[in-house]
Design a protein around this ligand. Structure first.
Ligand SMILES: O=C(O)c1cc(=O)[nH]c(=O)n1[C@@H]1O[C@H](COP(=O)(O)O)[C@@H](O)[C@H]1O
Length: 269
């Protein structure tokens, strides 16, 4: 993962074609609108920031046409040399996870991405085979530990008999799995929102960094200048992920917004 940071930097641009954003960008509320939106964001990001994160929900809502649109956006992003994180938040029993892993991580799959987001709340061990699939393909994954939405806290900060929070259980499991590989930071990361109180979530004393996909900056209120303070020991692995704060710049302003934000993230991280 360290070489990805060197190559791609630490700003991840979200591709979230919300209905309101499509309207603001004068695009139709349709699969074609989502595709044009996505392609424009890819164009504005390439060569400036290194990572994009398409939010699958906003393509899936248009059914098969939406998936075709997504396939075009993914192909364009990968062809531009961008690292693509598929924000799919999949999580299933192991046997069904194999289907998702094939869809998103297999070489040549129409939905192939470089990493995907995973939901561990059916049991993090059931994701291990997907971790292994990702690593065999030279790819990665980010497992939800403590999410940026306030409603996540009650579930994710619940404590098990050993006193650890659910979020900490997830992180410890991922860190232990990473330790079986020879990747310095680890091929598998976690999602921890920048709006989360890490101490309350049981994540204040994590001994070593691992990759952290960090939404919550920008539109959700956290500031990159505070990233070191927010993430403590985890700071070295943080990838700042922003969607609306950039996308609201519109089709004419998006390129400048990404240039500006990429410079700020380089300065702060
Ligand atoms: O996995 C994510 O990216 C994610 C995790 C999380 O804890 N919170 C969160 O907002 N996200 C995603 O980040 C995007 C919202 O980013 P903003 O528009 O910058 O607030 C959406 O695609 C969310 O699904």
């Amino acid at each position: 993962m360290v070489e990805v940071f060197d190559r791609a930097g630490r700003l991840c641009v979200g591709i979230d074609p919300h209905e309101s954003l499509l309207a603001a960008w004068a695009l139709p509320i349709s699969a074609a609108g989502a595709r044009d939106f996505g392609l424009r964001v890819v164009e504005a990001t390439a060569g400036v920031a290194g990572i994009v994160k398409p939010q699958v929900a906003f393509f899936e809502r248009f059914g098969s046409a939406g998936f075709l649109a997504l396939e075009e956006v993914l192909a364009a992003a990968r062809a531009s040399g961008l690292v693509v994180i598929g924000d799919v938040k999949r999580g299933e029993i192991g046997s069904s996870m194999a289907g998702y892993a094939a869809a998103w991580l297999a070489e040549g799959s129409p939905l192939e991405v470089d990493a995907l987001t995973l939901n561990p709340y059916l049991g993090v061990e059931d994701l291990h085979e997907t971790f292994a699939t990702a690593v065999r393909a030279g790819k990665g994954a980010f497992v939800l530990a403590a999410t940026s939405n306030p409603a996540g806290t009650r579930v994710q900060s619940a404590r098990s008999d050993d006193g650890r929070t659910l979020a900490r259980n997830v992180l410890d499991d991922v860190a232990a799995w990473n330790a079986t590989t020879n990747d310095v930071l680890g091929p598998i990361g976690v999602v921890i929102g920048a709006t989360v109180d890490l101490r309350a979530a049981g994540l204040g004393d994590v001994p070593a960094p691992l990759p952290v996909l960090a939404p919550g900056f920008g539109h959700q209120g956290a500031r990159t200048g505070e990233a070191r303070q927010i993430y403590g020991n985890l700071f070295e692995g943080v990838i700042v992920s922003e969607s609306r704060s950039l996308l609201l710049a519109g089709p004419d302003g998006i390129a400048d917004a990404i240039v500006e934000r990429a410079a700020e993230v380089r300065g702060a991280l």
